[in-house]
Design a binder for this molecule. Structure first.
Ligand SMILES: Cc1cc2nc3c(=O)[nH]c(=O)nc-3n(C[C@H](O)[C@H](O)[C@H](O)COP(=O)(O)OP(=O)(O)OC[C@H]3O[C@@H](n4cnc5c(N)ncnc54)[C@H](O)[C@@H]3O)c2cc1C
Length: 400
C-alpha cells in the first residue's frame, strides 16, 4: 500500500482499522479528498485480532439489527465491487443449544428475529447433527440462520483501503495523531501528528478503543472502554465443521456488562482450513497480552461442543480489544459543540459486520445526504451529562 500525504484533505480519518477503512472508502467514493492516518498499519490492532463473523442473531433488535442488516447487504455488494479478495463467504451460522432450556431460548430468539424479518430455522437433534456431524451427540438442537456470512477481517480492511485509493484516498501509516486542533470557536482546523500538522475542516475519529484518548485532546469525552477477547487458532481440519457455530449462551455474554471473564463457544473455519475458536470477554484495561488460562478455557468450552478437537493441535492464540460503549451500541456521527468532528467507534464484537453501514452513515453525515438511520440512534453525544460532556483538560495522546 502506498504512503501519501494530501496537503489539505477535506477529511482526515484517524485510525486504519476496519471502521476507519470503511469511512475512508465511502467518503472517497463520494469524491471527497480523504487522508487516513494510522499509527501502525491497517488492521494492526483490534481489526487484525478478531474473527470475521457477519452475524445478525447477536444484535440488539431495535437499532443494532437494522445497522447489521445494512452491513450484510453492503458486504455482499462490496464482495463484487472491490478488487481485493477478502474471502467473503455466505456460510450461514448455527446457534447450538446445550440443553432443553437452551433450546427454548433459541426458539424465542428465532421468533423474535423472524418478526424483525430475519429468517431462521429451528433444528431438532437429528437435523442439527445432519448439518454438523462432529457436534457432541447429546446436544438437543439449535437454529440455522442462512443469511449470516464471514470475511477475513485483515483482507477486508486492506480491500476497503485499496478500493478507496482508487478514488484518491491517501494513507499515512506509522504516523500517530497526538492532538486534534480546534480554533477559538471550537471548529476543527486540523490534526497534529509526529510529522507536523495536517490542516482539514473535518475529522473522523475511528481510533477504536483509543478513540477516548484522541477525543480528549479536543476536550470531548467518548466513553468507550476496551473489552478484551482471545482467539485460539487450531491446525487445519476443514472436515470438522462447515458453517459458523455459536452456543446459545453467546448472546448472554455479549449483552452482559460484567468485568469478570466470560467464555462462550464460537467456531469458524478459515479458507485455508485452520479453525478459529472463541470467544472470551473481560474488562482488563488496555493489556493485549495473551493469557494461557483464558486460551485453555476457550479450548475446554470448544471441546464440550466438538469432542474431536481433543486430537488437534493449537497453533497460536491472540487477543484484541473490543471498543465497548456503556449502552452496547456504537457511536457514529457528529460531536455536539465541536464543528467538523465526527466519531465512529463502540462496535464491540460486531465492528467487522457493522463497518460498511458505519462508513456509509458517516459519509451521509459529512456530505449532508439523507441518513440511513434516525439521527439520534447512534449520536456520540448521547452520553453527555452522564459521564461529563467534556474532558476538563485537553491533553495529547500517548501510546495506543
Ligand atoms: C477476539 C475478538 C473477536 C471478534 N470477532 C468479531 C466477529 O466475528 N465479527 C465482528 O463483526 N466483529 C468482531 N470483533 C469486533 C471487531 O474486531 C471490532 O469491533 C473492530 O475490529 C473494531 O474496529 P476499529 O476500526 O474500531 O478498531 P481498530 O481495529 O483497533 O482500529 C483503530 C485504529 O486506530 C489506530 N489509532 C489509535 N490511536 C491512534 C492515533 N492517535 N493516531 C493514529 N492512529 C491511531 C490504531 O492503531 C488502530 O489501528 C471481534 C473482536 C475481538 C477482540
Amino acid at each position: 500500500m502506498s504512503r501519501g500525504r494530501d496537503p489539505h484533505p477535506d477529511v482526515v480519518v484517524i485510525g486504519g482499522g476496519i471502521i476507519g477503512a470503511a469511512c475512508g472508502y465511502y467518503l472517497a467514493r463520494e469524491g471527497l479528498g480523504v487522508q487516513v492516518v494510522e499509527q501502525g498499519f491497517p488492521a494492526s490492532r483490534t481489526s487484525g485480532a478478531c474473527e470475521g463473523n457477519l452475524l445478525l442473531w447477536d444484535k440488539e433488535l431495535t437499532k443494532e439489527l437494522p445497522l447489521g442488516r445494512r452491513g450484510l447487504e453492503l458486504w455482499r455488494g462490496l464482495a463484487q465491487e472491490l478488487e481485493f479478495d477478502f474471502e467473503y463467504e455466505l456460510k450461514g451460522s448455527i446457534m447450538v443449544a446445550e440443553d432443553e432450556s437452551g433450546l427454548e431460548a433459541v426458539r424465542r430468539k428465532v421468533e423474535a428475529l423472524a418478526s424483525a424479518g430475519v429468517p431462521g430455522k429451528m433444528l431438532d437433534c437429528r437435523e442439527l447433527h445432519t448439518e454438523e456431524p462432529a457436534l457432541a451427540p447429546d446436544l438437543p438442537g439449535g437454529a440455522l440462520f442462512p443469511e449470516d456470512a464471514q470475511v477475513e477481517p485483515r483482507y477486508a480492511t486492506a480491500a476497503l483501503i485499496e478500493g478507496g485509493q482508487r478514488y484518491g484516498l491517501r494513507l499515512l501509516q506509522e504516523l500517530p495523531v497526538y492532538r486534534m486542533v480546534l480554533n477559538s470557536a471550537r471548529r476543527v482546523e486540523g490534526v497534529e501528528t509526529t510529522c507536523g500538522r495536517i490542516p482539514t475542516g473535518a475529522v473522523v475519529v475511528a481510533a477504536g478503543v483509543w478513540t477516548r484518548q484522541v477525543a480528549a485532546t479536543a476536550g470531548v469525552t467518548v466513553p468507550v472502554q476496551p473489552r478484551k477477547g482471545h482467539i485460539v487458532v487450531v491446525e487445519k481440519a476443514p472436515w470438522l465443521f462447515r458453517r459458523k457455530l455459536m452456543e446459545a449462551g453467546y448472546v448472554g455474554a455479549v449483552e452482559s456488562s460484567a468485568a469478570a471473564l466470560q467464555v462462550a463457544m464460537v467456531a469458524e473455519s478459515s479458507r485455508s482450513g485452520t479453525l478459529l475458536l472463541g470467544s472470551s470477554r473481560e474488562l482488563v484495561g488496555f493489556d493485549r497480552g495473551v493469557s494461557i488460562r483464558v486460551a485453555a478455557a476457550i479450548a475446554a468450552r470448544s471441546i464440550r461442543f466438538f469432542p474431536a478437537l481433543v486430537g488437534l493441535r493449537c497453533l497460536r492464540t491472540y487477543a484484541g480489544l473490543r471498543p465497548f460503549s456503556p449502552d452496547h451500541l456504537p457511536l457514529i456521527g457528529p460531536v455536539a459543540g465541536v464543528e467538523g468532528m465526527y466519531v465512529a467507534t463502540g462496535h464491540e464484537g460486531s465492528g467487522i459486520c457493522l463497518a460498511p453501514a458505519t462508513g456509509k452513515l458517516i459519509t451521509q453525515w459529512i456530505t449532508g445526504q439523507p441518513l440511513d438511520f434516525p439521527a439520534e440512534w447512534f449520536r456520540p453525544d448521547r452520553f453527555q451529562g452522564k459521564e461529563g460532556a467534556q474532558d476538563a483538560t485537553q491533553t495529547a495522546v500517548h501510546g495506543g
